[in-house]
Ligand binder design. Structure first.
Ligand code: NAP
Length: 548
């Protein structure tokens, strides 16, 4: 069946099997580009997307205050200069509605929607060894087969939304931030509870605080923050960025984190304390993630350096909070700055000075269950609420894949294997799963330590080039060897274990999901380094990968 007929049918209406060169799961930043690249190569492609439209993260995370921490000029695609220039971001860090509009603009311009089946979730994908193809099943009862299965399923897309006993009994409204309704949620005068103070919770709290009647923030682990500086972008500003298109594109490929900035402030040990402070002050004033991802790399490895930077940030926070009791609750002391995601914020700390905002210390007295009236904590208190916002995060990296019943050679199950230990070959393939490619997957640089558009385009690019090379050589099957996967995991762990990141609990280590095997989920050797390693593998004729 051709793509045109799939596009013409209502998604999932047939139930009959159809065959494609490739199935791409996801219509986010990676999925759209992946479909674009495969179509450019003349392949038949079916995109499958659970949402009703394109956007991925930017489709689902429509909670109040959602916006990214990557500058608009780097959160871009690089395959179409005119597409970049003809878009007009309104500010340095645009909010979710604008980014969702941008991805729709990309989908319109590239005419990609017709290859997608929307409102369709992949439930299972089984590799058929004899036929050398994947058999993909959806929740609409469709089954399609494809030579290649490419999972652009996102690193942070499997929400931890049902984590408390009794959630169904709640009489008010309950929302996970990544399943926010399209309809407006009315906070005015309401008693609102927010669980979670990660990058998401902070954005929600600072945004709804002016509207709520009363807000209880159920706080377990405080966060280091950096105040966001978010100037408006005029058409003249964007025209200037347009002139830098090639410069920006080339720059972000090689930096540590895929942002424009990099660790180029000298060696910590060579600088005087005054010089170090000068760097920290300058990057703090930049109002971006530069303080974290481009001040001093030693911060990630050396506890003494990390202590100084952590104290620098704490001092900034104290200056804003003032009240010692609030300082004790809101300023982290149990882990080092930058050992997990540092959120940008706007007025987050000041919110807690409002008389109608209250912190409930759920480290001291954890949430035990949800009751019809609200949240019950271990001390027996029932915190009565009208609305409960769960900003409780995601089963990151692995969760988007393990919620699909993926079975490789000999019926092996990815869910079972990753339930024991999460292993990949460069985050691009998994041994035992031929012709399955992944983006945003564990052990590649990703959301944790990367500007996502940089990393995802690089991964999609590598996968597309690999498939093109295979087709040119008449090869049908590719699979990472066990040895090369072992080597990658060892290399990944060696770098990770030198850092302080592995000592801090967060989704970075999988420790936010009970029973999840502990391993740093994102590659921390640097985006530029990773890119080079991937390029070297391709240039060597894909050493470490077996073909048939
Ligand atoms: P997260 O960082 O995993 O934060 C989850 C929060 O929920 C934490 O504060 C956690 O507390 C709390 N929590 C979970 N279970 C709890 C429980 N049983 N009781 C009390 N508290 C509980 O998730 P997120 O904030 O959604 O962010 C995930 C990632 O998405 C970010 O790190 C970032 O990479 C990305 N993101 C980016 C942006 C942006 O670009 N601006 C915005 C939002 C998200 P503990 O820390 O104590 O576990």
């Amino acid at each position: 069946m051709s793509e045109a007929s799939v596009a013409a049918k209502p998604a999932g209406a047939t139930g009959s099997a159809t065959t494609y060169d490739a199935v791409v799961i996801g219509a986010g930043v990676a999925g759209l580009y992946q479909v674009y690249r495969l179509r450019e190569m003349g392949m038949s492609v079916l995109g499958i997307e659970a949402g009703s439209g394109v956007g991925g993260t930017w489709y689902w995370n429509r909670y109040p205050g959602a916006r990214f921490d990557s500058e608009a000029e780097i959160y871009q695609y690089w395959f179409d200069e005119a597409m970049f220039k003809n878009w007009q971001p309104t500010e340095r860090f645009p909010a979710q509605p604008e980014t969702e509009r941008w991805l729709n603009y990309v989908a319109d311009r590239t005419d990609l929607r017709k290859y997608y089946s929307f409102d369709t979730r992949v439930t299972a994908a089984h590799y058929d060894e004899a036929g050398q193809q994947w058999r993909v099943e959806t929740d609409r009862g469709d089954t399609v087969t494809a030579r290649f299965l490419i999972c652009c399923t996102g690193m942070l897309s499997a929400p931890l939304s049902n984590i408390f006993e009794g959630q169904d009994s709640f009489k008010g409204q309950i929302f996970h931030t990544a399943r926010w309704p399209k309809e407006r949620v009315e906070f005015v005068g309401k008693r609102v509870g927010v669980v979670g103070t990660g990058a998401t919770g902070i954005q929600v709290i600072q945004t709804i605080a002016p509207q709520v009647g009363h807000m209880k923030v159920f706080l377990r682990t405080p966060q280091y923050i950096i105040p966001m500086r978010n100037p408006k972008y005029t058409p003249a500003d964007w025209a200037q960025q347009g002139k830098r298109f090639s410069e920006i594109r080339d720059r972000v490929q090689g930096t540590f984190s895929g942002f424009e900035y990099d660790f180029d402030n000298g060696v910590w040990a060579d600088l005087t304390p005054a010089q170090r402070t000068e760097v920290l002050e300058r990057l703090w004033a930049d109002g971006s993630l530069a303080l974290w991802l481009s001040s001093f790399a030693e911060m990630f490895f050396d506890e003494k350096v990390n202590d100084v930077v952590s104290e620098f940030v704490r001092e900034k926070m104290r200056a804003r909070i003032k009240d010692p009791d609030l300082c004790a609750k809101l300023i982290p002391t149990s882990y080092g700055f930058g050992t997990h995601r540092v959120p940008l914020e706007s007025n987050y700390l000041e919110v807690f000075h409002q008389p109608n905002v209250e912190i409930v210390d759920v480290k001291a007295s954890p949430i035990v269950r949800i009751v019809p009236e609200g949240v019950m904590t271990a001390d027996g208190t029932v915190h009565e609420l009208d609305i409960l916002v769960l900003a409780t995060g995601f089963n990151a990296g692995s969760g988007a894949l393990t919620r699909i019943d993926i079975r490789g050679r000999d019926g092996r199950s990815l869910k079972e294997e990753w339930g024991q230990e999460i292993r990949t070959a460069m985050g691009l393939q998994v041994h035992g799963y031929p012709n399955l490619f992944t983006t945003g997957a564990p052990l590649a640089p990703s959301a944790a330590l990367c500007n996502m558009t940089t990393c995802l385009q690089q991964q999609v690019g590598w996968i597309s080039d690999c498939i093109r090379d295979m087709r040119e050589k008449g090869l049908k099957v590719i699979e990472a060897s066990r040895e090369s996967q072992d080597q990658w995991v060892a290399h990944h762990d060696e770098i990770a274990n030198k850092t302080l990141v592995v000592k801090t609990d967060s989704w970075y280590m999988g420790s936010n999901v009970s029973g999840k095997p502990r391993r740093l989920l994102s590659y921390i050797g640097g985006v530029g380094t990773y890119r080079q390693k991937c390029a070297d593998v391709a240039a060597s004729g894909y050493s470490g990968f077996k073909f048939a």
